[in-house]
Design a protein around this ligand. Structure first.
Ligand code: ATP
Ligand code: MG
Length: 219
């Protein structure tokens, strides 16, 4: 690990994890040349409706998905915590653990980035981490005025900033666009169709084995 290598993570419901998440995490890891990117599945979601299956199942699927990927890691802190999964709490817990100097980068899709003003304590995020917003098919960068100003005010000139400072910058990054969503996967399964090739085979096997998302054997 480089000295002061950023801790890079992507939070989400991962209901279920799919190749859009995994490919994003891997490309960010390669782009920033860090040894690992962590995926942090949420416990109880606070910004959205309840997920289609339990935190334990979602964590188990992410664990299966990254089992043979040395550069991807699962961080269980939100599922293990008794607190609700607020990003501000997660960032504080990471900052306490990693110390004041180590850069922390929070990766999110453009859909999530554009809703930031609705997240609890979002104004504190940049005092704890950098934010990397990645393009996602179907979501143009069309910010409300508040987000436009926020982005312009904090935009990093180059990714080097992410290693030079512990927090405080925003970067918008383009990578291979994959128009996959967990919503689409849940809908396919609910309609009796296979979601195969949108997500790792091990995750699809797990869904069938545990009959998640209204999966019916033999349908
Ligand atoms: P749902 O449809 O249930 O909302 P999702 O596919 O959006 O699921 P989430 O768990 O909500 O997955 O997303 C976790 C994070 O991953 C978010 O920051 C989201 O923007 C990002 N993300 C999800 N899918 C993609 C994708 N295909 N490409 C880039 N980022 C993605
Ligand atoms: Mg989503």
């Amino acid at each position: 690990m480089q000295i002061n290598e950023p801790y890079v993570f992507m939070g989400g419901t991962f209901d279920p994890v799919h190749h859009g998440h995994l490919r994003t995490a891997l490309e960010i890891q390669q782009w920033l040349q860090v040894s690992q990117v962590s995926l942090i599945p949420s416990g109880e979601p606070v910004h959205r409706e309840q997920p289609g299956c339990s935190a334990e199942h979602r964590l188990a699927m992410v664990t299966l998905a990254v089992a043979d990927a040395a550069s991807l890691h699962v961080d269980e802190r939100e599922v293990s915590s008794s607190e609700p999964s607020f990003s501000a709490l997660t960032l504080t817990s990471l900052r306490n653990e990693l110390g004041p100097q180590r850069p922390i980068c929070m990766v999110m899709g453009m859909d999530a980035y554009l809703t930031l003003p609705q997240w609890k304590d979002w104004h504190t995020f940049l005092s704890l981490c950098h934010i990397i917003a990645v393009a996602r098919p179907g979501y143009q960068y069309q910010p409300v005025a508040q987000m436009d100003e926020f982005t312009r005010l904090h935009a990093a000139e180059s990714p080097l900033v992410l290693t030079e400072k512990p927090c405080g910058s925003v970067l918008i990054h383009e990578l291979t666009p994959l128009g996959i969503s967990a919503t689409q996967i849940r809908e396919l399964i609910g309609q009796g169709h296979s979601p195969r090739y949108l997500l790792p085979d091990q995750v699809w096997e797990y869904i069938k084995q545990h009959q998640l998302y209204s999966y019916k054997r033999g349908k």
